[in-house]
Ligand binder design. Structure first.
Ligand SMILES: O=P(O)(O)OC[C@H]1O[C@](O)(CO)[C@@H](O)[C@@H]1O
Length: 394
């Protein structure tokens, strides 16, 4: 890796920085929202109070001795970070730790009556039931008359821009969007992406999902389209093993989205039924790998996941957090070569992401200059820009 090894890992300890605001403001806001959304019992309120103090002023503490994933988290960093402030360890790590601890506080891991109750479900369902989702699904009916190329583009861009709507993002002031002065798409390797899915009908696509609701629905529609057009023969959809980053998709969210599609009208219902049978006959497979919610970059992925991505024709990695994990959560110079930072990835990989954090690679210098001239550094986190980047080894 040329100038890549030296870029600093993002920490949350700089007041005024975006990572600091997430730890100091967004996490407390999420605790408040979750508390208001559920009729929790006294022990959960107590645990949430403790978490609020711990995540803003306290230190990282080991998980309880009987936690099912204590050993995993020890190996993922608790052994190294215990006793340190949440603000002084890698930001990626602190954020993941927050969601793990929040679920513990509300009794998600059980045993007990609150086991498996997703604290973010009310927000996810509200989005899935929204009028915006109705409108997006109705628009599918007009797509059938368009050329194959227009359909490809519309479904790819639906999945890409679906990433703009993430619920955690809306809980902070940074979520307030302004119209972008510079180009929306700051890097576009979509021709290379289509080249990798050129349609022998035997291709396998791994899609590493990000958010539920208005992102997962277009992700599923993209998969349905690729299966129906023979660009792929099989898709593997990676979701999170437990609720994460407020809106990240779990298996339960896939079920909700499919019910929403199949229970709708017109083209949306046809796609829903098609996906339903693709699950039944194995053309669509779900995975909820523990590493999907690990606090680590993909560079450190375990062997079984590496083998799965190695055997795919293409892996599409969705969203901002997955991008941070793909390229490493570092303050790269924006012109850092995307190919260099993803050279470790075991097969062809495409990132589809709207920009919601400081991490960025693969820009050309003209684009960077244009963005800075128009918006200073706000383009990095405003969610108004997006990218499609592809790395295909060999
Ligand atoms: O849903 P996405 O696109 O992964 O975005 C989640 C984002 O939330 C943040 O972590 C802040 O909480 C972003 O920086 C981040 O990567």
């Amino acid at each position: 890796m040329p100038d890549t090894a030296s870029a600093p890992v993002l920490l949350g300890n700089q007041p005024g920085s975006f990572p600091h605001s997430v730890l100091a403001e967004r996490h407390p806001a999420i605790i408040r929202q979750v508390r208001e959304a559920f009729p929790y019992e006294p022990r959960q309120h107590r645990a949430l109070d403790e978490l609020l103090v711990n995540c803003t002023k306290g230190e990282i503490e080991p998980l309880p001795a009987d936690a099912h994933d204590r050993d995993l988290w020890e190996a993922w960093g608790v052994r190294e970070y215990a006793g340190r402030s949440w603000f002084d360890v890698p930001w990626l790590w602190s954020e993941s730790w927050f969601y793990r601890r929040l679920l513990q506080a509300v009794g998600y891991f059980g045993p007990g009556p609150w086991q498996g109750i997703d604290p973010f479900r009310p927000f996810k369902l509200a989005e899935l039931d929204s009028q915006e989702t109705d409108e997006e699904l109705a628009a599918l009916d007009d797509l059938a008359d368009r050329s194959a190329e227009e359909q490809d583009r519309a479904l790819l861009h639906g999945s890409l821009w679906g990433n703009r709507a993430d619920l955690g993002f809306r809980l902070s002031a940074e979520g307030a969007r302004t119209a972008a002065a510079a180009p929306g798409l700051v890097a576009d390797d979509s021709d290379r992406l289509w080249g990798l899915l050129s349609g022998a009908g035997e291709a396998t696509l791994c899609l590493v999902a990000d958010n539920a609701g208005r992102e997962l629905v277009p992700d599923l529609l993209l998969i349905a389209h690729l299966l129906a057009t023979g660009r792929i023969g099989r898709a593997v959809l990676h979701v999170k093993p437990y609720p994460y980053y407020v809106s990240d998709a779990t298996t339960a969210d896939v079920v909700d989205a499919l019910r929403r599609l199949a229970g709708g009208r017109g083209a949306a219902a046809a796609h829903g039924r098609q996906l339903w049978s693709a699950l039944a006959d194995g053309r669509l497979v779900l995975r909820a790998h523990p590493f999907s919610s690990a606090p680590l970059p993909y560079h450190e992925m375990p062997g079984d996941l590496r083998a799965e991505f190695a055997s795919a024709t293409l892996t599409i990695v969705k969203g901002d957090l997955n991008y941070r994990r793909l390229v490493g959560d570092r303050l790269w110079p924006p012109t850092t070569d995307f190919t260099d930072v993803t050279a470790y990835f075991p097969g062809p990989v495409a990132a589809l992401r709207t920009l919601k954090s400081d991490v960025i690679t693969g820009l050309d210098s003209r684009m960077e200059a244009e963005l800075v001239a128009a918006e200073d550094q706000r383009w990095r986190t405003s969610g108004t820009h997006a990218l499609i980047q592809v790395h295909s080894p060999g």
